[in-house]
Unconditional design. Structure first.
Length: 172
């Protein structure tokens, strides 16, 4: 769970950071995670963000999941498990500070955090993909497509509701 939260924090920060002058985004994504035995699992869905304060990841495949990043909190709604997880974002590294110091090398932005290196690939001033190795040695690649930037997004996108029968977990 922590590696998923770290990745999403990075992406939220990237779209609001100095790499591009983006204040909002709506994009589809495919996330591939490959373990050391070369087995890959793929996730896909949609991502929305407004500057650095709000973001929503909607996982559609292989399972439904919603991750809301609202200021300093994260709400993960997992319909198949009928549960919601509340977590504080401040427990994660301060990614904006890392991105401010990201260096462009051979056409790729490099950002470092917590003994990890993130490669940020751009195309036509848009984030094309991000790659990194997570703490357990998995290779992670996130590709973005059908990307629209600097739109006016309805704030209702970032509102969530919790069904009464869901379990609520606090991850402090």
């Amino acid at each position: 769970m922590k590696k998923i939260l770290l990745f999403f924090t990075i992406v939220v920060s990237i779209f609001a950071g100095s790499i591009a002058d983006i204040h909002s985004i709506k994009t589809d994504f495919i996330q591939n995670i490959t373990n050391e035995e070369n087995q890959t699992i793929s996730y896909s869905g949609k991502f929305y963000a407004i500057s650095n304060s709000k973001a929503l990841w909607i996982y559609k495949k292989p399972i439904k999941k919603f991750l809301y990043f609202l200021n300093k909190k994260v709400i993960i709604i997992e319909p198949e498990l009928e549960q919601v997880i509340f977590s504080k974002l401040e427990k994660l590294p301060k990614i904006l500070n890392i991105l401010k110091s990201a260096k462009k090398e051979n056409g790729i932005y490099i950002a470092s955090c917590c003994n990890n290196t993130y490669k940020i690939f751009t195309k036509d001033d848009k984030i094309n993909k991000i790659t990194y190795k997570d703490k357990v040695g998995n290779s992670v690649e996130i590709k973005f497509y059908n990307q629209e930037t600097n739109l006016i997004l309805d704030d209702k996108i970032f509102h969530y509701t919790i069904p009464e029968d869901y379990d609520i977990l606090q991850n402090n």
